[in-house]
Design a binder for this molecule. Structure first.
Ligand code: ZN
Length: 172
């Protein structure tokens, strides 16, 4: 195979030459030396440079990007469930349930610590899909580890199948 070698291949570059290359590369990438004239600078609009929006403005800006105003809006496809589980109120509810149960699984009594790692979950005793008014009631929650929780019959997607079944029954 024939390879064209760089004209400086094998030769030692002087420090001076190396420096020259460095500066040239720096100028190329950072565009140093491409300045606006003082007049051009004066005519530039300063915009938000060095300033901060007020909280009110930030809120306004966020409002006009929310929901149907967002280009990613797909017509409200995120289910009620998803909205619930990402809500702040749900996190508070879960925290309260865990604290009441002393961060211990109420079925098998395991808890974190002493080299044991348990993934705790807050379970709705009366299922979420049926009792919408009880979803934030602490007494309707119970702390379970992931294993025990998965044994309940409304765990994860199972509740959805229940719901589908009931809907079918109603339809019949
Ligand atoms: Zn358990």
């Amino acid at each position: 195979m024939f390879v064209i070698k760089h004209p400086l291949f094998g030769l030692k570059r002087s420090e001076e030459f190396k420096n020259h290359c460095r500066i040239a590369a720096h100028k190329r990438t950072k565009r140093i030396g491409y300045y606006f004239s003082t007049l051009a600078r004066k005519n530039q609009v300063p915009g938000m440079q060095g300033k901060k929006h007020t909280l009110k403005t930030i809120k306004k800006m966020s409002q006009c990007k929310k929901g149907s105003k967002n280009p990613f809006w797909r017509g409200g496809v995120s289910k009620e469930r998803d909205r619930y589980y990402s809500s702040y109120k749900y996190r508070i509810w879960r925290e309260k349930v865990f604290t009441r149960d002393n961060w211990t699984c109420q079925k098998c009594n395991t808890r974190n610590g002493n080299g044991v790692e348990v993934y705790l979950q807050a379970h709705h005793i009366k299922p979420f899909y049926k009792f919408k008014e009880l979803v934030y009631i602490v007494s309707n929650g119970i702390t379970l580890c992931k294993k025990c929780h998965s044994l309940t019959d409304t765990y994860g997607g199972k509740a959805n199948s229940h719901f589908a079944e009931e809907a079918r029954n109603v339809a019949d």
